[in-house]
Design a protein around this ligand. Structure first.
Ligand code: GUN
Ligand code: ZN
Length: 429
């Protein structure tokens, strides 16, 4: 039976970084869902008449949106989120690597993968793009957990063959072999996509980067994710490790790891040459604002969203929150520090369609439009008294939404739907 969700519908006809008119909210709107997909979007009254037999879910003034897409996370870092007092390289050595060692144990990986997906679903995130650990079991764990929940998830084995503890190192050959085996086992199965995942240049030899570049040429419809120019110290380290490279991006480019399906996390301290090459190649960047402030990395230049595909992400657990609402708030604050004021429609788009586009999936997820997969969230715009007292003064939807963006948390997420099925909210067993 079809389901008809009624409320204030947020949808985008284009990119709000090009024109704010691309945001096309419906204040008395509806979304008709059947067999996992959105089959109609429009005025509530029209849809009621069009689908009289549909089960109606009337959410009143609440917002109906595509679920959030978190374009860069490390699910194995779930338990070390909010670890105190370190910058990137020390943070990796002190907290991250010891925790990632535990993922050789499949039962532990299963436990964290399930815990992680339940945490993000409760916060309205319906798709993530995750790094696993070097252990193939950690990839099986996240894909199995996503599969049993019906979630669209991107993930890949993190490859490292140097500058990491011995038990977290693979080799150029084993990284290639394991990645290929996992890719063939999982890519395109249900809602799962394999992502070729060198961690970053400091932990991969040029030979390993080249092996993964060769794998990507064999499977060009896969995405490739890695980190780029996150901290100044890291960039200096890369210079020392790759003396013949022109810059950080060149360490990837030289090994075939630059192209349209490349997704680079952070990308804060870019040179003019790097920006020009990224634009030319049509690569994607992912802004991780809570991480960039928490680890002390720097302020991403949101002007890049005008010439590149830019997604938004928590960077769990370098980021300090699992919530894309909190992440939108941090993106707003970081932009303010650079003299840019992001409109609520731009923030919402980054967390949904922008991230989906960065993952080359904008035709499937991240928007409310006919034919899209029905991954939906229902957002209460008055989830706390503090938010409500600010929202009541609003005279348009965006002003009403902004207090929830800045102050909202999991209490604002009333319902979550995955592929047309309600997976959290009232009325579930
Ligand atoms: N650079 C390389 N690995 C990582 C990681 O796990 N988190 C962050 N924030 N940056 C990285
Ligand atoms: Zn990361």
């Amino acid at each position: 039976m079809a389901d008809l969700l009624l409320g204030q519908v947020i949808r985008f006809g284009g990119d709000p970084f090009e024109s704010l008119a691309a945001a096309e909210p419906l204040t008395h709107g509806g979304v008709l869902v059947d067999q996992g997909r959105i089959v109609a979007v429009g005025e509530a009254l029209t849809l009621r008449a069009q689908a009289p037999a549909a089960r109606v879910h009337d959410h009143g003034r609440a917002l109906i949106s595509a679920g959030f897409v978190d374009a860069h996370v490390h699910y194995p870092q779930t338990a070390i989120i909010a670890s105190w007092g370190k910058r990137l390289i020390d943070w990796l050595n002190t907290y991250t690597f010891p925790e990632e060692m535990r993922f050789s144990d499949r039962a532990y990986a299963d436990d964290i993968a399930g815990r992680y997906l339940d945490i993000v679903l409760a916060r309205g995130t319906t798709t993530v793009c995750s790094y696993a650990t070097i252990h193939p079991e950690s990839v099986d764990a996240i894909f199995s957990a996503a599969q049993s929940r019906g979630m669209r998830v991107f993930a890949g084995k993190t490859c490292m063959d140097r500058n990491a503890p011995e038990c977290l190192r693979d080799t150029a050959q084993s990284a290639y072999d394991d990645s290929k085996r996992l890719l063939e086992a999982w890519h395109g199965v249900d809602r799962l996509s394999y992502v070729i995942t060198p961690r970053f240049s400091p932990t991969s030899s040029p030979e390993q980067l080249a092996a993964l570049g060769a794998l990507w040429r064999e499977y060009p419809d896969c995405l490739m994710q890695t980190h780029l120019s996150e901290q100044i110290d890291e960039i200096g380290w890369v210079k020392g490790l790759f003396p013949q490279s022109r810059d950080y991006l060149d360490t990837y480019e030289a090994q075939g790891l630059l192209g349209e399906g490349a997704v680079y996390g952070h990308a804060i301290h870019l040179t003019e040459r790097e920006k020009a090459r990224l634009i030319e190649a049509g690569a994607s960047l992912v802004h991780c604002p809570t991480s960039n402030t928490f680890i002390g990395s720097g302020l991403f230049d949101m002007d890049l969203a005008r010439s590149l595909r830019v997604g938004l992400a928590t960077d769990t657990g370098g980021g300090s929150s699992f919530s894309m609402l909190r992440t939108m708030a941090a993106a707003y604050e970081v932009a303010q520090l650079r003299g840019q004021s992001l409109h609520p429609a731009q923030l919402w788009w980054l967390a949904t369609q922008g991230s989906a586009r960065a993952l080359q999936s904008e035709g499937k997820i991240g928007n409310i439009a006919v034919g899209m997969e029905a991954d939906l969230v229902v957002i209460d715009l008055a989830s706390t008294s503090a938010i409500e007292q600010a929202a009541v003064r609003a005279d348009d939807l965006w002003q009403a939404l902004f207090p929830t963006i800045m102050m909202g948390d999991d209490r604002a997420v009333k319902e979550v739907w995955l592929a047309g099925k309600k997976v959290s909210g009232p009325g579930l067993a």
